[in-house]
Design a protein around this ligand. Structure first.
Ligand code: MN
Length: 241
């Protein structure tokens, strides 16, 4: 299957720096989005290291490994790169990042993630979130103690329960599935989902024409129109017939 992809990112209206990072590697059919955290420039460095390490490790992983095993290795390698860098430089201590990655081959794809950046699949105008947020509010939503709307307003909505680069080892969530022509995958950071609902995303993505870039930018614009409280990043990947 042929993949058509576009990505957009913006600092938003309230932050001084963009600590989100994304990588689009069409030759590998690999797409990565990361949302860094940490003081000074540490968040930017963490998300940048994550994107580079995932792309580099996937490009080296060939042979019989499954798509999800290749992503597992790539996430482990990214975790180590960030963790070692932070250990060597005291001013970077505590830096970390989320990561979501989608790797496709033939008619299959795998998704790996750590943290609260998300992957959605839009199929026939209905949207499904493929990732569970590794966050405090994500846990509370899954236990039905609060609603997804409550989660958007929760004072502790930025607290992660899993992040890349903070410990020596991290376990990503992995999923592998069949691709269907017409599917659109949305990889995004919480700066988008803080302001744009799943239904709104499904509508814009479902109505997207040939120019996916325009759709990606329109989603970023919408988040900014509603306050742009955080950095915003979105990658769209459409499976063409
Ligand atoms: Mn964010």
């Amino acid at each position: 299957m042929r993949l058509n992809a576009a990505a957009a990112t913006d600092v938003g209206l309230q932050r001084r720096a963009n600590e989100d990072c994304h990588a689009v590697a069409p030759d590998l059919a690999l797409y990565v989005v990361a949302d860094g955290m940490g003081g000074h420039a540490a968040g930017q460095l963490a998300s940048d290291l994550a994107c580079r390490a995932v792309v580099s490790r996937v490009s080296e992983s060939v042979g019989p490994s499954s798509l999800s095993e290749r992503l597992r290795g790539a996430v482990a390698s990214a975790n180590e790169a960030i963790f070692q860098t932070a250990a060597a430089r005291p001013e970077l201590q505590g830096m970390g990042t989320t990561v979501v990655a989608l790797l496709a081959s033939g008619a299959r794809a795998a998704v790996a993630h750590v943290g609260d950046s998300r992957v959605y699949r839009v199929r026939d105008r209905s949207i499904r979130q493929l990732t569970d947020d590794h966050s405090l509010v994500g846990e509370l939503v899954r236990r039905r103690q609060i609603s997804p709307d409550d989660a958007r307003e929760h004072p502790h909505r930025h607290v992660l329960t899993r992040a890349l680069g903070v410990r020596g080892h991290v376990e990503p969530d992995l999923a592998e599935f069949a691709l269907v022509a017409g599917d659109v995958f949305v990889l995004c950071t919480d700066g988008l989902t803080a302001h744009v609902s799943d239904d709104e995303m499904a509508k814009r993505v479902g109505e997207a024409g040939d120019d996916l870039q325009e759709t990606a930018e329109s989603l970023v614009d919408l988040a900014n129109q509603r306050g742009g409280e955080d950095n915003i990043t979105v990658a769209l990947i459409r499976i063409e017939a």
